[in-house]
Design a protein around this ligand. Structure first.
Ligand SMILES: [Zn+2]
Length: 245
């Protein structure tokens, strides 16, 4: 079972570990005792970076989840075996962009829930442009959308701390329901999860989430809404990116 260091601290960029297994399913993969690499899930892509074993560097092309283990997909596994010591280094620029986009998504989702009574039905976090699908929502004008964009950026500029806490399942569910967190997402957490990881944007949003986040909304800077388009019955897709600081 891989120890997931990012769950407690999303800012660790380098780590040491030992190989538990080298596998060809999928090709050129390794499983480690612990990792800071986030595996693709919940709309956030798997991390990329570099592993070092002695003097040899390996490219980590993707990270995926396989039950309780995390699989790192490498360019090759020549010279690697069970017990090999690894020093791992994240592609931090990429990961930090995901962190900003993911925390931004939590705030945008909450804003749409509170102000427009719209549920987020799916999300996709990407380096440049991320997106959220809402349901139901009335068609809105360009001007209305711009006004919402301004309000969202005002929330980021309040410099709200983002905290990660763990609560036992039943307590967490009761707590999140009291905060009006979308029940559908609570039901999606596998029954095997005993402790819920709760990501709080202080005083604004509370969510059950295993993803990586910034420590303060000020780190997000500003988002720019690119467009809102209809994606079938009662579903609108919002695409957003960042304004470079
Ligand atoms: Zn999340």
């Amino acid at each position: 079972m891989t120890d997931r260091l990012y769950l407690h601290d999303c800012y660790i960029q380098e780590f040491d570990a030992e190989i538990i297994d080298v596998t060809d399913f999928p090709n050129n993969s390794v499983i480690l005792t612990q990792t800071v690499f986030f595996p693709e899930s919940g709309g956030q892509p798997g991390d990329q970076g570099t592993f070092y074993a002695g003097n040899t560097a390996y490219e980590v092309k993707d990270t995926k989840q396989a039950k309780e283990n995390i699989i790192h997909l490498l360019n090759n596994t020549i010279g690697l075996e069970k017990g090999t010591k690894i020093h791992g280094k994240l592609d931090w620029n990429l990961r930090y962009q995901y962190m900003k986009a993911h925390t931004a998504q939590h705030v945008i989702s909450r804003y749409f829930q509170i102000e427009l009574n719209a549920e987020t039905v799916s999300t996709q976090i990407r380096q440049n442009q991320s997106r959220l699908d809402f349901h139901p929502i009335d068609k809105m004008s360009e001007l209305e959308l711009q006004e919402i964009n301004i309000e969202i950026n005002k929330i980021f500029s309040q410099n709200l701390p983002v905290c990660i806490n763990f609560l036992p399942r039943e307590k967490a569910i009761a707590f999140l329901q009291s905060k009006k967190y979308q029940t559908k997402y609570l039901e999606m957490v596998p029954k095997s999860v005993i402790d819920f990881r709760i990501v709080e944007v202080e005083g604004y949003d509370w969510a059950a989430c295993g993803g990586t986040h910034v420590r303060n909304t000020s780190e997000i800077g500003f988002v720019k809404f690119i467009e809102m388009k209809n994606k079938g019955k009662n579903k609108e897709r919002l695409i957003y990116s960042f304004i470079n600081k």
